[in-house]
Design a protein around this ligand. Structure first.
Ligand code: HBI
Ligand code: FE
Length: 268
């Protein structure tokens, strides 16, 4: 049957990519314009995030301040990152299949798109580029609890795929890793990479009157669909990265999913 055949089709990596979809970063292929876009985005986000991002993000940013200007050379970056938390950044051509993505995370490898947006579309992204992937995700991979949480998300992603409940795990990933807020010394701060790498959403997420900022609740998150095409209509707030890690280390997510089989989705 047609649908079964489609389900069995395995998408192959593009030519030049390894079986795990990685490619050499080939840092020298980036043009001066590519590096200028990185520098511009970096400076703009540093300003936009002052006072808005969690402290650990700024600590982690230090490891991105490398000797060469522009897009980080992963060889140099990985030396620093690996020494802190055992994570490595690997280059991929762009979006990779879910199983490939989670397999990398479960081995403490973070796939980063080996391209950067163009200077005339600084705010529009169809697929995650090296700025989102490295500026947004890498600083917090130097934080031990986040490093462990991300690895757990990889393992949980693979498990969720096997049980046909990837949409549940994807919601948890979305409302934490990509668009999470945290409370720090009583104030709301940003830690999600989708916000950290977005000029507009950095301010919107914390200061817009519209979106509710809801105390993190695992069941509620697993029941809440998300939008990928607009600034988020709601955010979930964690009390700490240790609490975030406990969310996956102290909970049997498979049991949570099973308990929600009949539960309707929630809006707000
Ligand atoms: N591939 N390169 C890349 N980056 C991602 O963030 C990514 C992906 N493939 C799948 C995927 N994310 C999603 O399945 C997760 O965000 C849930
Ligand atoms: Fe991301």
């Amino acid at each position: 049957m047609l649908t079964e055949n489609i389900a069995e089709l395995r998408i192959q990596p593009p030519s030049g990519a390894a079986a795990d979809w990685t490619i050499p970063q080939n840092w020298d292929h980036f043009t001066p314009q590519d590096h200028a876009v990185w520098d511009l985005l970096f400076a703009r986000q540093q300003k936009a995030l002052a006072g808005r991002a969690v402290t650990d993000f700024f600590h982690g940013l230090d490891i991105l301040r490398l000797s060469k200007p522009g897009i980080p050379d992963f060889e140099e970056l990985n030396e620093r990152l690996f020494a802190r938390t055992g994570w490595t950044i690997v280059s991929v051509p762009g979006l990779v299949p879910d199983d490939v993505f989670f397999e990398h995370l479960s081995n403490r490898r973070f796939p980063a798109g080996n391209f950067i947006r163009s200077a005339n579309s600084l705010d529009y992204l169809e697929a995650p580029d090296v700025f989102h992937d490295v500026f947004g995700h890498v600083p917090l991979l130097a934080q031990p609890a986040v490093a462990d949480f991300m690895q757990a998300m990889g393992a949980e992603g693979l498990a969720a795929m096997e049980h046909n409940v990837l949409h549940r795990l994807a919601r948890l990933y979305w409302y934490t890793v990509e668009f999470g807020l945290a409370r720090e010394a009583g104030k709301l701060k940003i830690y999600g990479a989708g916000i950290l790498s977005s000029f507009g959403e950095s301010a919107w997420s914390l200061e817009a009157p519209e979106p509710p900022r809801i105390d993190f609740d695992l069941t509620r998150v697993l029941r809440t669909p998300y939008r990928t095409d607009v600034f988020q209509p709601r955010y979930f707030v964690i009390p700490s990265f240790d609490a975030l890690l406990r969310m996956v280390s102290d909970h049997d997510l498979a049991a949570e999913y099973r308990a929600l089989i009949e539960a309707p989705d929630l809006e707000d």
